[in-house]
Write a protein that binds this ligand. Sequence first.
Ligand code: LLP
Length: 438
Amino acid sequence: MWSKNVSFESGVLHLSGIPAAKLAQEFGTPAFFLDENAFKSRALAWNNGLRDEFGDHAGTIFYAAKSFISTAVAHWIEEIGIGIDVCTGGELAVALAGGINPARIEVHGNNKSVAEIDRAVVAGVKTIVMDSLFEIERVATAAKKHGKRQAVMLRLTPGIEAHTHEKISTAHEDVKFGFSIASGAAWQAVLKVQEHPELELRGVHCHIGSQIFGSDAHEIATDRLMEFMGRYRDEYKVELPELDLGGGFGIAYVSGDVTVEPSDVLPAIRKAVDAACKKYSLLIPLISLEPGRNIVGPTMFTLYEVGTVKDVVVSAGTVRKYVSVDGGMSDNARTALYDAEYTAVIAQRVSSAPLTLSRLVGKHCETGDIIINEIQLPADIAPGDLIATPATGAYGRSMASNYNHVPRPPVVAVKDGKARVIVRRENEEDLLALDVKE
Ligand code: LLP
């Protein structure tokens, strides 16, 4: 739950040796604090793990930018030498601004605009992952226009019900993404790509869903996609060289959860690839993965300040302590959207007060503005206390909004005892910047 450079010295939270109160004093609250060394070592662990497991057949670890990206993080990705998956023109712009080699950029999205496609082709991205027949035409047109041959992959839906929240499950049949294998749409996509000499079909891709534990779903996906690769080989007498199994590897949000480590799943995926190669008489393709949450999620916590505390009688004999902090659903939409679970601690002091049933809420004008629905917090919690919620790195800042004109929090990277802002706090000027005055 807490990243590796978080420690509790005499019960007080420190990141890389800096106490929570000092972080709050210097950078304000709410703020995201990112353990830079932890981020880099998680990214490297995936890269090294893939290489150790697949050797010459290791493709690329494409960090999923949607989980969190900034130009500084893009720069780290480039330094580490892994790739990046972007799914909009905006994410592509940040990746390029951060200096990522386009040859390591993969472009996703179920409705890429013509302009986004054009920009990706001009930039020379490694692959564009096709999500519709229209898009195949559009990418071919862009490639032709710029005199290029564009490498593409097909996003397939293998028909798997991943055991995760419905809204973050992506590979069952009734979903907007990709081409269904079962319905024949995937084969139609193959035929469509063949009509365009400007396109080079490199392989197939799937992303089963997010916050998945174990490797079962990825193993089944491997079999279904490789069966499809076998069919392709039978038809065209050549093999597709690449297989990308997406991301989705789960992390620990609350105690009892266990973060998936690369070494927990890669050996099983390797076995599934070997078994499918045997079953469908295929050579081992280049294997790529797209972890987002699993890299950045555990490496950030959010620091809030408590503003008010209110005891509310919810039924006879039951009192719930509503603890309001200075952020809320604008910096953590996940509880409202997915019933996500988080935990929290008082960060700047130790309390020996008894625990009491509490609800951690934000400052937004909405009942559903809940960060943690039910948590036991020390009964002496009071205005001015700092609250830290771990594991907010993925889809926290990246899904943050300006709801109620609340400025979005900064992201502060902390490394070797030094802290620096990598995304600054929004201010009132930013909030007014888009308004056109009458
Ligand atoms: N690749 C593709 C094609 C994806 O669509 C995604 C996530 C990923 C990789 C990265 O998945 P990860 O390893 O981070 O699980 N906002 C939701 C998650 C939506 C994920 C969308 N796609 C949440 O906060 O849980």
